[in-house]
Write a protein that binds this ligand. Structure first.
Ligand SMILES: Cc1ncc(COP(=O)(O)O)c(C=O)c1O
Length: 386
């Protein structure tokens, strides 16, 4: 990369996630949608909330969709609906965002950390088996598993659902990063007993603040979730029949999401295009992510693995100096983090999670990333790795 190219990269102001580009495209429509809510004044559970839930259900094919305050509460609601009890064990991948395990601890239950596969970054079914054995050896009752669709690609559900069925575990899919993706003919939202997602602004479908949703085909669970979302209310609003939470999605966020959902299929296709172009550019320098046939990813992140011996911090610093922002998801697997290291890990440790946390680097990814910018990013990568 010449000095001129570096200046071009800096001038281009490469964004890690370019929400500004999306605003330039549909900002006016979103502003009008927000203003409509401000004018009708139904800020809580206004008509846009039910409309958005219906559109989400139509989009993915789930029978029931319940919007909620964020992806963490979505997981919490799902665990409440599953009646998770103190001391029970829930299997979770270690290579994920903290929320996946955090919610288990809310219930005084025990997260058992499971390893992931190096090529998919997703839960390893063999390690899941090992984790179930570890739980039993520790005298804990394993009741469920929370696979995560990391970086936008669904986990290996055929295998995971088979292991779960053998051991009578429920499956709550943490699809915070993967709403819009599909697994062998099934859309995310329709795969496990319950699916949860997040509309955090940086997610592929993100709002203008916090938001989330829970998906299920089970009528009883859907009824429970509805009550749990509003303090456990019964058919009489002031007769609360169970302990719940306040986890509603704001009407303004629903209005924003309705507009964003309209262009979401196009944006997914653009992410797919950007990912394919990255793979063509980068496959000889780094290990690029591959999506197995029959699956799709929504490319919440484009995460590569740097070769052995490559100094990631130095590469990231050089990229930053050339105007290319990067991020590391995740620098530490959960089983090594302060709040979680005393919980059990499957088998004899989680070597893949530990290795990935040293090798991964996420590059700019969003639907508005054009090929010339990707070319600059590739040139910068080449120089940074020299
Ligand atoms: C895998 C995973 N689970 C759960 C969450 C929690 O979502 P939220 O930030 O909306 O609470 C996130 C958010 O980053 C996530 O990536």
């Amino acid at each position: 990369m010449s000095d001129v190219d570096i200046r071009r990269a800096m001038d281009a102001g490469i964004e890690f996630i370019d929400l500004g580009a999306q605003r330039r495209r549909i900002g006016r429509r979103m502003d009008e949608a927000i203003l409509r809510v401000v004018e009708h004044g139904k800020y809580i559970m206004g008509p846009e909330v039910a409309e958005f839930e219906k559109e989400l259900a139509d989009f993915c094919g789930a029978k029931h969709v319940l919007s909620c305050a964020n992806g963490t509460d979505a997981l919490g609601l799902a665990l409440m609906a599953k009646n998770l009890k103190p001391g029970q064990a829930v299997l979770v991948p270690s290579f994920t965002f903290a929320a996946t395990a955090e919610v288990v601890v809310w219930f005084d239950a025990v997260p058992i950390f499971v390893d992931v596969c190096a090529d998919s970054f997703n839960l390893d079914p063999a390690s899941l088996e090992a984790g179930i054995a570890t739980a039993r050896r520790s005298g804990l009752e394993p009741v469920g598993v929370i696979p995560v669709d990391l970086f936008g690609m669904p986990a290996d559900y055929d295998e995971i659902l088979a292991v779960a069925e053998t051991h009578r575990l429920w499956v709550i899919c943490d699809a915070a990063q993967s709403f819009g993706a599909a697994y062998r003919g099934r859309n995310v939202g329709t795969i496990g007993d319950i699916t949860t997602t997040s509309f955090f602004p940086a997610k592929p479908l993100g709002c203008y603040g916090d938001g989330g949703a829970v998906f299920t085909d089970d009528d009883d669970i859907a009824g429970l979730l509805k009550s749990l979302r509003v303090h456990g209310q019964g058919s009489d609003k002031y007769d609360n029949v169970r302990i719940g939470m306040n986890a509603r999605l704001d009407t303004i966020q629903a209005a924003v999401l309705i507009e964003k959902l309209r262009i979401f299929p196009e944006e997914i296709a653009e992410r797919e295009r950007a990912a394919a172009h990255y793979a063509a550019l980068l496959e000889e320098k780094v290990t690029v992510p591959r999506v197995p046939s029959g699956l799709t990813s929504v490319w919440a992140q484009y995460t590569v693995r740097l070769p052995n011996g490559c100094n990631r911090d130095a590469v990231a610093a050089k990229l930053k100096a050339m105007g290319v922002p990067t991020a590391v998801y995740y620098t530490k697997p959960l089983h090594q983090q302060t709040a979680y290291r005393h919980y059990p890990a499957a088998g004899n440790g989680l070597p893949v999670s530990e290795r990935l946390s040293e090798e991964v680097l996420s590059l700019p990814m969003h639907p508005y990333l054009d090929e010339s910018t990707q070319g600059l990013i590739f040139e910068a990568m080449r120089m940074a790795m020299e």
